[in-house]
Design a protein around this ligand. Sequence first.
Ligand SMILES: *Cc1c(COP(=O)(O)O)cnc(C)c1O
Length: 481
Amino acid sequence: MLPESGRSTDDLLAELSRLREGDLPVREGRVAAYVYDPGRPGVREAGHRAYMEMVEVNGLDPTAFPSTVALERRVVGAVASVLGGDASTPGIFTSGGTESIMLAVKAARDTRPVRGRGEVVLPVTAHPAFRKACHYLGLDPVTVPVDPESLRATPGAVAEALTPRTVMVVASAPSYPHGVVDPVAEIAALAAGRGVLCHVDACVGGWILPWLEKGTVPPFDLSVPGVTSLSCDLHKYGYTPKGASVVLFADGRLRRGAYYAGADWPGYTVINSTVQSSKGAGPLAGAWATLNALGASGYRELAREAMDAARRLREGVAGIPGLRVLGDPDAPLVALASDEVDVFVLADEVAESGWFLQPQLSYAGIPANLHLTLTGVSLAGVDALLEVLAGAVAAVRGVRPPVPEGLAEAVSALDLSALEDREFVELLASVGVDLAAPGGSGTAVVNTVLDGLEPPLREALLLRFLSALHSPHADRPGAAG
Ligand SMILES: *Cc1c(COP(=O)(O)O)cnc(C)c1O
């Protein structure tokens, strides 16, 4: 409820800090997803202060606030110069990977007209942001399998999926789930041969792969012939405050395809480079400051530390019977699978020791696994993590998730359209899922049930979960049993 009279800043901040007690920690690397801690207080401070300095500036109108154009040109120029372009490469600063991808897909739709609905060819490991973009933009995603061992996209499968309606093909550098880089040059050449656009999703890899030793990964950036756009998130391995990504285009015509102008109304004229219209300039300033506070040498050092952490983790995992790494990651993103223990139970077990590993459900023949995104600060904790992992694997041997008898069948038979949020919350409570205590008990049960379902039903349940989470029933005392 909105209070009748205003509250003091101290009071408000105290409430924020109480609310955050239930959150996962954002620093020091025990949470192996979502957050990227540069581990350098000075760098963090530069980003935060620049962010606050620009927090009231509105990026809606670049003529009213030219500082936003100047900053965006600096940030895009810096990113382009590292990723196969130069100071004149067209790009857009966006709020994140999803928005960068949305704009790249829109540019493809609007610059490559086809008869009927356009199609976007996606290896199954491509990020869901592409399906989301297709969903929003009226295009059809066409998925193709990846190599079952390397988990890289196969150019042959991509070639077979091309039709006269294809507007774009996608390659990941690397894919988020397994950290492997797709054969970008082959896929881009294929696309170019058919006059189709090729987007490289370097959202997670774009600001770490370039800082690795030369020759570690094959070329993947805008300099590769046939690559027409590329996305690079700065709020991942750029270690900037959240809300920062860049999408680069091979030419200005493509970038204009991403833009939007609206003058068909009686109000102010709208010119938007992004999905957002009014937007704070904080993330842009925070990104610019962080890039400059770290500099190339800072990023090289953080990248080396993250890769060392990944190498140590992989070596350690090789010594833990029952645990293995999927594929051969090119970046410090590692997926752990097991033929001997239940990985969802394992995730809950390591959570008891304060570590968060991200569960990934089985899909298209790829087994269920636990994902880790390692960063510079991970290096200091990797030995402790290995100890926790070894102990947890031993502890959960033979342990199955406590899925109540008949639950999976009952869930498959649910008529979700007839179910109220309140009933859904009660159902979750009855199987031990407490919405008021996120990240707590019951995640292995939920993941196991989801894992047994086809993706469309997984999605329907996840939507209900999200709705229930945001409904008042979720925090009514006693509602969650
Ligand atoms: C994170 C990520 C995205 C989506 O980015 P958001 O910033 O979460 O919107 C897309 N592709 C890849 C490969 C990613 O890792």
